[in-house]
Design a protein around this ligand. Sequence first.
Ligand code: ME8
Length: 478
Amino acid sequence: MKNYFVTTSIPYVNGEPHIGHAQEFVEADVLARYARKQGLKVIFSTGTDEHGGKIAEKAAEVSMTPKKWADQMSLKFKELMDVLEISADRFIRTTDKNHEETAKKVWHRLADDIYKSSYVGWYCTGDEAFFTETEVNYLNGICPNHNRPFEKIEEENYFFKLSKYGPAIKQAILSKDFHILPESKSHEIISLIDEGLEDISISRPKDKIDWGISVPGDDSQTMYVWFEALINYISVLGFPDHQDFKDFWPANVQVIGKDIIRFHAAIWPAMLLSMGLELPKKLFVHGFITLNNQKISKSLGNVISPFEIAQRYGSDAFRYYFLRHIPSYSDGDFTWENFDNAYNNELANELGNAVQRTVVLIDKYFTKEKLTFSPAQHDSIEIDKSIAECRFDRALDLIWEQVRGLNQYIDESKPWEVAKTGDMDHLKEVLTYQVANLLEIAILLEPFLPTSSAAIVKIFGDNLENKYRTILFPKIER
Ligand code: ME8
């Protein structure tokens, strides 16, 4: 059996999960479910990133210890996974003992590429990232992402020889051994590499940041939060000795958002190369979601909770909107109005209605006879290709062509009129065709809309006699 390892990034626990996090979970979930459907053995990992100044600051604000705060917030991310039917197999927290130990082992493995030096530059705790003099001058000293001044740092740190790995990473990207999708993001990282990668600081003095993992052999230093967070992708597999690591690394796909490419397409691959490990096969970079075309931000007060959306419309509708109506390869906008339209016009009127129109006639005319159905089979090469390319929007467009085709068939064959003629053989033929297509659609939809898919299978499957009935996507008044 072949193995498949898919990961999401691990969100910071400095705030509640938002719809950007949810989008990423849902996308990775489609890949995991689809791979399981192909008979692969899957590990789908996700988790939370809990160390660093950003979390420590947040915890201090609410007078809690960072650990207590992280415990509480991490649970919210787990809760979101449940609400959205995310089928993750593993949930790693960077405060897990195993992760902390693995980070130290990795540090040792990288020893030849680590050296101590003095760092002079700038830091933004909001980004948990270092900035150069040139960047800071260009931005007039204020971080545009967090609206706060960059902090000037002059300190002794450990450095990692990132500069050494530019050419090898570029080669892996160009050969697609390390395939970055979409292509535009691959170009972005290539230009960054062409500008020249500089060595990076991978620790901070403990007297400035103590919420983190200590550098092995030097208790006065804390590992840089990004450096250790990236290691989650292998600590979750039990690096170096566990069989899972041997069986599942390299990752088949790592799913991340566009603001963290540099970490995943330069720093992480360099760390892997330095350890002599293979690079992930694919890095899928999704865009950013805006709300009414504005950046989602607490200060703008325009945050919408993914829990609220899912509670109102159900998890499948949530998944559907974010997978189909937020473009897979670019930024996308959320509005309640668009969501409502997608729910009513596509989910309720097209998919829900096709099921309903079929069930009603079967219930009315085939009460005595036991009907058995098997799914239709159309060529799904284009759908498979779209999923392999992480084009979830296109995959759903293609499946929806089948949903629309079926509705058109129902409109044209008018089974309710066939029933009136009393030609039961013909009616059975028409309804059998409808069910066969619905079952095929349910199978295709499983990775995307698992709840509705299971409901369709249950309605028309062996349980037809048991009269399992449910209205998919009932009307919701706003
Ligand atoms: O970056 N739309 O955590 P994070 C879509 N802890 N995606 C978005 C988004 C938006 N508006 N805002 C954020 C971190 N994201 C690190 C990751 S991995 C070793 C460490 C995405 O909570 C973002 O791009 O800031 C990232 O992929 C994920 O949410 C977590 O972001």
